[in-house]
Design a protein around this ligand. Structure first.
Ligand SMILES: NC(=O)c1ccc[n+]([C@@H]2O[C@H](COP(=O)([O-])OP(=O)(O)OC[C@H]3O[C@@H](n4cnc5c(N)ncnc54)[C@H](OP(=O)(O)O)[C@@H]3O)[C@@H](O)[C@H]2O)c1
Length: 348
C-alpha cells in the first residue's frame, strides 16, 4: 500500500466508519471536517480509539476491535452552523491536532482546510450537498486540487457530480458500499468486512479505490460511469422493492385472517428457499407457480378476491404477473392458449 493521506468531509455514518477503518488499515486520516464541530469531534474520538491497533481489517480478523480508550474531547472550535465560508486558519493553525499511532489528525474548520491536508478526499455529506462541497474545495485557490483524488460514496450519483474538481485536474471517483450503515459506535466491528463495493471514475481513482476497498476487507467491482444510475436502480429494486412486495404478501395474509407475526413466520422459509433457488439456478429456472404453469384459471380467481379485499394491490399484481409471464415464456414450455389468456387477464 502506498501511504496516502485521507481527508473526510462529512462526519456521519459512512464518513466516520471510513475514518476509523481506514485508520485501522494503516492509512493516515489527516483531517476531518463536518457541518458541526461536534460531529467532527466524535469522528476524531473514534479515530483516536484505534490507538495501538495496526492493520486489522483482514477478512479473518472481523471482530478484533480493541476496547477504546476515549480521549478527552478536543477543545470546541468556534460554532459555525452552516457557514463554510470562514477563511482558512481561523481557529488557529496548529490547534486541534491529535496524535494516534504516530500520526496526526486535525479537526478542520472547513472542507477546504481538510482538503489541503489530504491526498485522498472523501466527501461523505448527504447526496444533495456533494456537488456544492466539491465546488467549494475546487474553487479554493489554497487547495492544490490537481494533486488530489476525490471520492464520494453515493450509490445514485456518479463521479460526474465531482466535475468541478476533475475540470481542474483532480482525479475523481465514486465508491459505493452495498451496505446499510448505522451511526458509528465506539468499538463496533467493521461494517465493510466481506461486503461488495462498487467503484467507478478515472483510471487513477479506480486504482486507488480498489486499494482502499481491499484494505477495508471488502470486495470491489467496477462499473462504467454512465451506468451508475441503472446500477443504483437495480439495487433499489433488489432491496427496497423486495420489501414492498413482501409487505403486499403480508397484507394479503392479514386479509386471510392470519396475524402479522404469524404471517411472516409462515412466509419466511418460502422467501429464503426462493432466494436460494435464484442463487443456485438463476431467476428463470427459479420461477414456479401458476403463471409458470400457465394456469390462468387460478390467476383469475386470485384477481377476483384481490379486487375485492385489496383493490390497491390489484394493479401491481397485474403488472408483476405480466412481467412474470414474459419470464415464464423464456423457458419455452407454455402453450400459446395459456399465454394469450394470461396476457388478457393481466392487461384487462
Ligand atoms: N448510510 C448508509 O447506509 C449509506 C450506504 C451507502 C452509501 N451512503 C452514502 O454515503 C454518503 C453519506 O451518507 P451518511 O448516511 O453517512 O449520511 P449522514 O449520516 O447523514 O452524514 C452526513 C454528514 O454530512 C455532514 N454534512 C452535512 N452538510 C455538510 C457540509 N456542507 N459540509 C460538510 N459536512 C456536511 C453532516 O454533518 P453534521 O453531523 O455535522 O451535521 C453529517 O454528519 C451519502 O452519499 C450516502 O448516499 C450511505
Amino acid at each position: 500500500m502506498t501511504p496516502k493521506k485521507i481527508a473526510i468531509i462529512g462526519c456521519g455514518r459512512v464518513g466516520t466508519s471510513l475514518a476509523v477503518f481506514l485508520s485501522k488499515a494503516g492509512y493516515n486520516v489527516v483531517g476531518v471536517a463536518s457541518r458541526t464541530p461536534s460531529s467532527a469531534q466524535k469522528t476524531i474520538q473514534a479515530i483516536l480509539s484505534t490507538k495501538g491497533e495496526g492493520r486489522n481489517n483482514s477478512k479473518e480478523d472481523i471482530n478484533k476491535v480493541a476496547i477504546p480508550v476515549v480521549p478527552p474531547p478536543p477543545p470546541s472550535p468556534i460554532e459555525r452552523g452552516n457557514n463554510y465560508s470562514l477563511p482558512l486558519g481561523m481557529g488557529g493553525e496548529g490547534q486541534n491536532i491529535y496524535s494516534y499511532n504516530s500520526k496526526d489528525v486535525k479537526l478542520c474548520i472547513s472542507p477546504a482546510e481538510a482538503s489541503m491536508l489530504g491526498d485522498i478526499i472523501f466527501i461523505t455529506t448527504p447526496d444533495n450537498l456533494i456537488q456544492n462541497v466539491c465546488f467549494e474545495i475546487s474553487s479554493n485557490p489554497l487547495v492544490n486540487i490537481s494533486q488530489k483524488t476525490i471520492f464520494h460514496c453515493s450509490g445514485a450519483l456518479s463521479s460526474c457530480v465531482l466535475a468541478s474538481a476533475s475540470d481542474n485536474g483532480a482525479d475523481t471517483g465514486s465508491i459505493h458500499p452495498l451496505q446499510s450503515f448505522a451511526p458509528y459506535t465506539l468499538g463496533q466491528s467493521s461494517p465493510f468486512i466481506g461486503i461488495n463495493v462498487s467503484v467507478e471514475g478515472s483510471e487513477k481513482a479506480l486504482t486507488i479505490g480498489k486499494e482502499l476497498i481491499d484494505a477495508l476487507g471488502a470486495n470491489y467491482f467496477t462499473i462504467p460511469t454512465k451506468s451508475k444510475t441503472l446500477y443504483h436502480a437495480a439495487a433499489v429494486v433488489a432491496s427496497n422493492y423486495l420489501v414492498t412486495l413482501e409487505n403486499c404478501a403480508l397484507e394479503l395474509l392479514k386479509e386471510a385472517n392470519l396475524s402479522e407475526d404469524k404471517a411472516y413466520t409462515i412466509l419466511e422459509p418460502l422467501i429464503q428457499g426462493t432466494l436460494n433457488n435464484i442463487k443456485t439456478r438463476g431467476t428463470i429456472a427459479a420461477l414456479t407457480g401458476p403463471v409458470a404453469r400457465g394456469d390462468f384459471a387460478i390467476v383469475e380467481k386470485h384477481l377476483k378476491d384481490i379486487d375485492e379485499v385489496l383493490p390497491n394491490f390489484s394493479r401491481l399484481y397485474r403488472v408483476m404477473g405480466d412481467y412474470t409471464l414474459k419470464l415464464a415464456q423464456k423457458r419455452g414450455e407454455l402453450e400459446k392458449v395459456s399465454i394469450d389468456r394470461l396476457s388478457e387477464v393481466f392487461n384487462k
